[in-house]
Design a protein around this ligand. Sequence first.
Ligand SMILES: Cc1cc2nc3c(=O)[nH]c(=O)nc-3n(C[C@H](O)[C@H](O)[C@H](O)COP(=O)(O)OP(=O)(O)OC[C@H]3O[C@@H](n4cnc5c(N)ncnc54)[C@H](O)[C@@H]3O)c2cc1C
Length: 308
Amino acid sequence: MYDVIIIGAGAAGLSAAIYTARRKLKTLVISIDKGGQTILTSNIQNYPGFYNEHGANLMKIFEKQAKELNVEIILGRVINVEKNEFFKVELSNNEFYESKSVILAYGKVPAQLNIPGEEKFSGRGIHIYAIYDAHLYKDKTVAVIGGGNSALDSCLILSSCCKKIYLIHRRNEFRGEQVLVDKVKNLKNVEIILESFPVEFKGEKKLNSLIIKQNNELKEINLDGIFVEIGYLNKVDFVKDLVEVNEKNEIIIDLNCNTKTKGLFACGDNTIVPYKQTIVAAGEGCKAALSCYNYLNNKTGLTIDWTH
Ligand SMILES: Cc1cc2nc3c(=O)[nH]c(=O)nc-3n(C[C@H](O)[C@H](O)[C@H](O)COP(=O)(O)OP(=O)(O)OC[C@H]3O[C@@H](n4cnc5c(N)ncnc54)[C@H](O)[C@@H]3O)c2cc1C
């Protein structure tokens, strides 16, 4: 029996673990990977105290700190969370763990195209955020895939440093705001390709082309990088009876990271809290942990309040 099980070992989950462990709560972190989305960032420039380094190095420090406080971390995919007297957390390998409280810190997943080559070149030619990785493609040719505000925004960012940008969208009009559409249409180095969709990323060691399908014909575009901007998936299926969500499937929490279920907390990218950034996730993880500590203390009759 754990005091708390934390689902997710990204910035939110590991920060939460550091705080629960420092309050001597018996803490288990269960996560598909260690480090979460931050490890995809090749150059962190906006996490105060940590500058111009790979995101993976930052997350290794989070993990080291948690482990030194005796946090147990196991790799696994959670497929169900139930609450009776205690919480029961089930993994895809049929194992399960029990705890007095749970912190949900499982982030969000950028939607994928699920086409050949995507896994191979992910983070090495295929990117998600132009704002972070545009500088890698100075004077190069790239493609942006998508038709919403993020895709249009990415074109604007990339147009200031790239030689040429292909904007590829499956519909015949954009979903994004008209003001952004107009700006993109006026950019001299952007070529818009509508009613087409990607079918394969190609290259040997490096990505060097994209195959698209347009009017039932295949066309190969030579390029150096691709930005896939087709939105995010917030997965709540495994906790859906225990939480309320907004229209984006983000978990609704109050200011102290409480969900609608007592003893169940949420923090980071999987919640309604705006500005999906590592530092925000880390801060929210801290809040969720202290709220969890308060909850467990109150249950046992102690009344130390860490909200102050
Ligand atoms: C390419 C890229 C670049 C970025 N660059 C920056 C940047 O430079 N600066 C910045 O501040 N932010 C950046 N961000 C955003 C930042 O990474 C996120 O805001 C932050 O990682 C959110 O942390 P989190 O802990 O909430 O979620 P995540 O980092 O997503 O961590 C969630 C964890 O939960 C695990 N998990 C998910 N589902 C399950 C499950 N069912 N069972 C068990 N475990 C599960 C995942 O494996 C993961 O380890 C970037 C994001 C991306 C994708």
